[in-house]
Design a protein around this ligand. Sequence first.
Ligand code: GLN
Length: 545
Amino acid sequence: MAKKKNKKYIFVVGGVMSGVGKGITTSSIAKIVQSRGFSVTALKVDPYINVDAGTMNPTEHGEVFVLADGDETDQDMGNYERFLETTLPSANYMTTGRVYQSVIERERRGGYNGKCVEVVPHIPLEIISRIEKAARKEDAEVAITEIGGTIGEYQNILFLEAARMLKTKYPKDVLFVLVSYVPFPSKVGEMKTKPTQYASRTLNAAGIQADIVVARSEVPMDEKRKEKISWSCSVDKNSVISAPDVESIYHVPLNFEKDNLSNIVLKKLGLKARKRNLDDWKKFTKKVDNATKTVKIGIVGKYFETGDFVLSDAYISVIEALKHASYHHGYKPELAWLDSSVYEKDVSKLKDLKDYDGIVVPGGFGSRGIEGKINVAQYCRKNKIPYFGLCYGMQIAVIEFARHVAGIEDAHTAEIVENAKNLVIDILPEQKEKLKKKDFGGSMRLGSYPAQIKKGTIARAAYKKEEVSERHRHRYEVNPEYITQLEDAGIVFSGMSPDGVLMEIAELPKKVHPFYLATQFHPEFQSTPLIPHPLFMEFIKAAKK
Ligand code: GLN
């Protein structure tokens, strides 16, 4: 019998500052190793105490990415899925809270046999066992783990400790990648490597030596700077990878390959390179490069502003899904962030929506800006502007339709006015109890559920099949008591749960509107560059008509 090969582990850590693209680096390394014929899985460890990302504010933490199994995770999990063209399980995501929770639970069950349970080694050991388990579960030859946060901060030290211990356990099978930032101050006129040097030293203080340095910068790095990083960080020069800003995140794997990164990684891990095939990926980036005509999409939401800055991270999967579909149709997407409260205060602003080829109202929670979104939905419906509602965006569309077409003037959602007379959107029965008990964490309707698609609808034309599976994250739902009344007024529920109780897609017939469609689920979570989501494809097609 052939000897079972050791699994290989890659850790990606970030130096200097956050937001330099650790997630994309991790996804890209995963992609290029996968393209050499290896089975690869990717994990994210988040330093937060929160057990999952579901309870974190998206303006601070970014999008909550929902896995097929319902786990509410970090947006980077979405990047891994999109780059690896795969579905990842909950085992691939952990937070400090989740790790401590299982150690404490095991201690209560007597699982440590009377031992004194300590932060070290028991927390790192739990982290290691989770990483190994995830690699086994996914049958991966290579497991790549991104450690959240920046080295030097207190929060991720136990994750670094776990990585260091794993390296001690398997010296030949563990690789460290430091993603650093190399600033180019315009007044100085040259790239400065000192922050990277400090980051590498800080990593050394945790007992870890980087094997590869990915140097993020605005422009490509010259040989001189590479040399400097090489000798000051004890990394061979070939392993200093220049990662300049690129046209799209999907170009990053190809850029890495220009520096031979997959060969370097495989060699350091003692893996024999198999085939090399990034052809499909290249084809897609060609589409990105060749797109000339633009499609202009407005995204109406409330999670854009943090202080003086506009942050689109809260809707990252929606943005990527729009990009995938646009590029496949040969268009360059031009996306605009539209603050919903604007359309609440000043309805004259609604006419600006005519500047867009299409409008998306993505997921959301709470009352801020909701009347603005309802006004937007009404304006799009009346002016035949393509409208794509996602989750809250569907509930908004249904409320709007109920109020202004079906004659239910005070139609509302229980999320905003709990005991309104006409709750066309009501709480799911099983959710009521949870809210009463203040059971907020991981308790929504989450993850993949099947839906039946009605013949002769826009949804059916897009999906081209009768049953689909899509990911959810919501507590409220179209109230079954109003369905007949709404349908009689002309709305079509083109997707339903198999038992016919839950309305999963609402649309207006093509003869009334070119594209007015909304989903109770989040199709954006399943769109990838190589397989764009059919509903996004249909939306972009309609937008350009
Ligand atoms: N707030 C709505 C609900 O809970 C919609 C959620 C969402 O858009 N993800 O049902």
